[in-house]
Design a protein around this ligand. Structure first.
Ligand code: COA
Ligand code: ZN
Length: 311
């Protein structure tokens, strides 16, 4: 499980979460057992003011040796900042769709890729690993379906020319559906068994968990998810939150998968979000409790209360 709430999540919020709270939240996430945390983004502070404190956040979090602390980077300027701030991994971003790439990065895909080659060189020189995130890999809100071959071509070039050791296939606006996910995941794993594949789903149409399960069935083992299910790309029309970390972990636990994540710790962190953001989150399990968090019945009022809050 890889946590993206403090990047994909916070970038979509109007509220500026105070830097000290971001740091405390990432420190809490570091104690949940997630494998990777996308801490922040080194993007233009004018484009994404919510993440204008990226340097301080990355500098002041406590680093857990088993966790990869990554940061999103759109260009050379971002790479220089992220390397200086000692990100463990640069998560480079481009879109598999020309329209979304233009909306998000103001360039054609080929231009973006060309610019990212320079970022790859910088990362190599600094000894920092590179992951490439391909947005709209399962469909574009402006263009519709994106051909699997286009996604596989950018994947191949990212690995061969840019030196990426990991690829994230992003379902930026929740257009993925299970058979499509299974086919693309299978095609990827057969061709690049040694490259770290991450699936990044948004729950925009309620298919997030189904897509995670389809990807697992096809052999995937790494998933991005966001605490509380917050998130969404500000430059993609209709974008909403990522699949919710605690909902996914809750479901996978029940199915017998070892996610490595302590659900109690994750829920405790998630229940802090409404205060930080000023609104409820899409999380189901944070609100309803776990499947067997039972409700007691009050003798005096006849009303029900969850056992853990029924004092
Ligand atoms: N870090 C800090 N500042 C940056 C930057 C970075 N990585 N990249 C660009 N900037 C600054 C430029 O210096 C410029 O500042 P100025 O106006 O004070 O001189 C300003 O941002 C705008 O630059 P501009 O030339 O208009 O665009 P650009 O091509 O340099 O930057 C992007 C384009 C896409 C990098 C920028 O708009 C951006 O960071 N967008 C956010 C993308 C994003 O986070 N999407 C969601 C996640 S996928
Ligand atoms: Zn996303």
């Amino acid at each position: 499980m890889q946590e993206v709430g403090t990047r994909d999540g916070f970038q979509a919020e109007c509220t500026f979460v105070p830097t000290a709270d971001k740091i405390a939240l990432i420190d809490a996430l570091s104690r949940t057992g997630v494998a990777k945390i996308e801490t922040t983004a080194f993007v233009s502070p004018r484009a994404v003011p919510a993440l204008r404190d990226a340097e301080v956040v990355l500098r002041e979090i406590e680093r857990h040796p088993s966790i990869v602390y990554s940061a999103l980077v759109p260009n050379v300027r971002g790479a220089e900042r992220a390397i200086e701030a000692r990100a463990d991994e640069l998560n480079l971003v481009m879109s598999a769709s020309e329209s979304h790439n233009f909306s998000n990065l103001r360039m054609a895909c080929a231009e973006s890729f060309h610019a990212l080659l320079e970022v790859g060189r910088l990362a190599r020189d600094a000894g920092t690993t590179v992951n490439v995130s391909l947005s709209c890999a399962f469909g574009c809100p402006m263009e519709g379906d994106v051909a699997e071959q286009i996604v596989l071509d950018w994947t191949r070039r990212s690995i061969e020319e840019l030196g990426a050791t990991g690829i994230t296939l992003c379902d930026t606006t929740g257009m993925a559906y299970p058979p499509q996910v299974a086919a693309l995941t299978h095609a990827f794993i057969v061709r690049w068994p040694d490259i770290e594949l991450t699936l990044h789903f948004h729950n925009t149409r309620g298919m997030g968990l189904a897509n995670v399960l389809a990807a697992i069935e096809a052999g995937a083992t790494r998933f991005d998810a966001s605490l509380g299910g917050i998130g969404g790309c500000p430059y993609a029309p209709g974008a909403t939150g990522n699949v919710c970390s605690e909902d996914i972990v809750h479901a996978l636990d029940l199915m017998g998968y070892d996610t490595g994540v302590d659900l109690d710790a994750l829920l405790a962190a998630s229940r802090w979000l409404p205060d930080l953001l000023g609104h409820e989150t899409p999380s189901q399990v944070a609100k309803a409790g776990r499947r067997l968090d039972l409700h007691g019945r009050s003798a005096t009022t006849g009303r029900f209360a969850r056992a853990d809050t029924a004092a």
